[in-house]
Design a protein around this ligand. Sequence first.
Ligand SMILES: Nc1ncnc2c1ncn2[C@@H]1O[C@H](COP(=O)(O)OP(=O)(O)OP(=O)(O)O)[C@@H](O)[C@H]1O
Ligand SMILES: N[C@@H](CCO)C(=O)O
Length: 290
Amino acid sequence: MTLTISVPATSANLGPGFDSVGLAVSRFLKIEVLNPLEKWVIHHDLGSDVPSDENNLLIQTALQVEPNLTPHEIKMTSDIPLARGLGSSSSVIVAGIELANQLAHLALSDAEKLAIASEVEGHPDNVAPAILGGLVIAHSAAGETHYVAAKMPETGLLAFIPDYELKTSDSRNALPDSFDYKASVAASSVANVAIAALLTGDMTLAGQLMSQDKFHEPYRRHLVPEFDRIRTIASDKGAYVTYLSGAGPTVMVLATPDKIKLIKAALETEKLPGQLVELSVDTLGVKVEN
Ligand SMILES: Nc1ncnc2c1ncn2[C@@H]1O[C@H](COP(=O)(O)OP(=O)(O)OP(=O)(O)O)[C@@H](O)[C@H]1O
Ligand SMILES: N[C@@H](CCO)C(=O)O
């Protein structure tokens, strides 16, 4: 049987959990490892900007883990849109680590995969749920990584995925270089209660605090002109929260499944430039079939 690796999309930050909190969701990158070849060849339909040889981030990452891998022909498919705030780069980084793990029989633990992935991506919030599934709170600094993998409380998810891209690097350029001491204490107290509420299953309280992010949304919302309108409509219909997914531009709404239907119907009448997609939580993370 063909070696197949699948990795979920991820929605990072969840409001104030900037760079440390993420949720795995139901879109997937899949790679099928075909024949050994002289050189790496990646067959994909993700556009001419995505390399089809060893320069692809998949192979770059795999070779960083194990430089002596035998090149293969690989088929890559993905319904995770690129540069939209749904963890496309993390999905391919996690797939690359798993590719090296499988081809070189490294038997990496989840913690080892997370340490490598955080190093490559620069922060653990997308790569952690991509590896582990579900909701993950993670910290990574100076080569040390700590995480808590948790069950996301019951909620429906509605993503507005704009037609336009927003590269993480550009969205990070909108953030301030420094943050006042008192402001950081206030911002982290919001984050602390939001995470505690998520971990105790209180979506109503979690939503209230997730809506009060002070770390990134105030600096980025102007990059996503649809954000305020979506938040107003979703809030009027009783959503728990509307937040900027990862670095944006995807806007995520969390609400009970019946309210998600109402919110989706209301947003459809707005004719916003993008897709409205109902998602669910992925609880498995990276999967390997052999
Ligand atoms: N399947 C893939 N193969 C190779 N490179 C990819 C693939 N998917 C994404 N990338 C690379 O990652 C870039 C997008 O990464 P970026 O961090 O800007 O956005 P994102 O990961 O989709 O969003 P976010 O990090 O906010 O959730 C693409 O422009 C491309 O260079
Ligand atoms: N935490 C990251 C996620 C995107 O990589 C950010 O918001 O920039």
